[in-house]
Design a protein around this ligand. Structure first.
Ligand code: SAH
Ligand code: SF4
Length: 369
């Protein structure tokens, strides 16, 4: 017993020493990601202190519109993959998108995210272009728009930037190219280099650039997660959406279920990823994602906020489609978005109604350019 206590003490001391450093190397990050008990609480306290002193306690709102579950890709982990014939495919009408955008406007959300299965054909690109224009018109140019519609050509991304889309979220999913191959078919549509190049293009065009990874995938190690965090820092990313991997029965990756850590562990590791990221990159925006809420409906979101997240994305997709945007099993469905919005938020956080909540990291990065 005494030995266990002594180990725990050493661990706390080791974490405290790392947390005092100005620059973390990979082994520091691995140690932080492995922290448990009191040592983990020290990590969380430090992250929450850094958050308070940099981005503050504002919580920014992004109304999420899941535009379509039609996808040309076949990622092995995702329920929307084109080979999944068990889901009902949909695409919102223009009117449905505008109505959802108006809800965000009327509730003073400040911004919207339009997310979708990936398509890059002309009809899709033109639809998104028209939607952006219509949303701006219907909401008096008051809402910032983030797109999360997968890899697109430079020309398309430039076109959307030029009509006022300022933010783009494209998760790298996993920053190790070898691992990337395990989760995607080996073809030119699922090419790691192309995804990475798209992130660079977004940055060059001037977008606030977002990325992220799934946490707790089969075969992924804590060293891989440390590399993901270093990748984020090296890429100078402005905003993040990352969360636990959740197996989906209708996908090929489901057969590796037995190699997964428990959902609870994946959620805890996700919190640690958020906390370390907040310390590594104090001024970025970090979303508390739905996948965390899928594991813990009561505390998933609030703990993420406590340890470093400063963005939430209430789902404004019309109710009849929510269940069809079926990325993973047990995706939480709130018929009334206010339920998911105000329930169990940490007392210190200030919901930033009416604010865009641009990434401070982006402003700092641009002023240093
Ligand atoms: N098609 C676009 C955006 C929609 S998918 C794209 O892929 O970029 C949005 C995100 O859902 C993906 O980036 C992926 O990280 C996440 N996702 C998909 N399947 C998941 C799963 N089984 N568990 C957790 N997250 C998943
Ligand atoms: Fe399509 Fe995105 Fe799902 Fe991949 S993760 S199958 S691109 S929706």
């Amino acid at each position: 017993m005494r030995e266990v206590e002594a180990d725990a003490m050493d661990n706390v001391q080791m974490i405290d020493e790392i947390l005092q450093k100005v620059h973390f190397d990979k082994s520091d990050i691995v140690t932080l990601l492995k922290a448990e008990g009191e040592a983990k609480e020290r990590l969380f306290q430090k992250a929450s202190e850094i958050k308070r002193n940099t981005v503050g306690n504002n919580l920014y709102l992004r109304g999420l519109i899941e535009y379509s579950n039609i996808c040309k890709k076949n990622c092995y982990y995702c329920g929307l993959r084109s080979e999944n014939q068990q889901i009902k495919r949909y695409q919102l009408t223009e009117n449905e998108v505008i109505e959802s955008a108006k809800i965000a406007y009327e509730h003073d959300f400040g911004s919207l995210v339009i997310q979708s299965g990936e398509r890059s054909d002309k009809t899709f690109v033109d639809n998104i272009t028209r939607l952006i224009r219509q949303i701006h018109k219907a909401t008096n140019n008051k809402l910032r728009i983030t797109l999360s519609v997968g890899e697109q050509t430079k020309e398309t991304l430039k076109k959307w930037y030029d009509i006022g889309v300022t933010r783009y979220l494209l998760r790298i999913e996993v920053s190790n190219p070898e691992l990337y191959k395990k989760y995607h078919p080996a073809d030119s549509v699922h090419d790691y280099e192309k995804r990475l190049e798209t992130l660079y293009t977004l940055q060059r065009l001037g977008y606030q650039t977002g990325t992220g990874v799934m946490i707790g995938l089969p075969f992924q190690t804590v060293e891989d997660l440390a590399d993901d965090l270093l990748f984020f820092r090296d890429m100078n990313i402005d905003m993040f959406g990352m969360g636990p991997y959740l197996a989906h029965e209708q996908t090929p990756l489901f057969k590796y279920q037995q190699y997964l850590q428990s959902k609870e562990v994946r959620l805890e590791v996700s919190f640690k990823m958020i906390a370390v990221l907040r310390i590594l990159m104090p001024h970025v925006n970090i979303a508390a994602t739905t996948a965390m809420e899928a594991i813990d409906p009561i505390y998933g979101k609030s703990r993420a906020i406590r340890v470093g997240s400063n963005v939430i994305m209430p789902n404004l997709t019309p109710n009849q489609y929510k269940k069809d945007y079926f990325l993973y099993d047990n995706k939480p469905i709130h018929e009334d978005f206010t339920q998911s919005l105000l329930k169990t938020l940490p007392s210190e956080c200030e919901v930033a109604f009416g604010q865009w909540g641009d990434s401070m990291h982006y402003s700092l990065r641009r002023s240093n350019d």
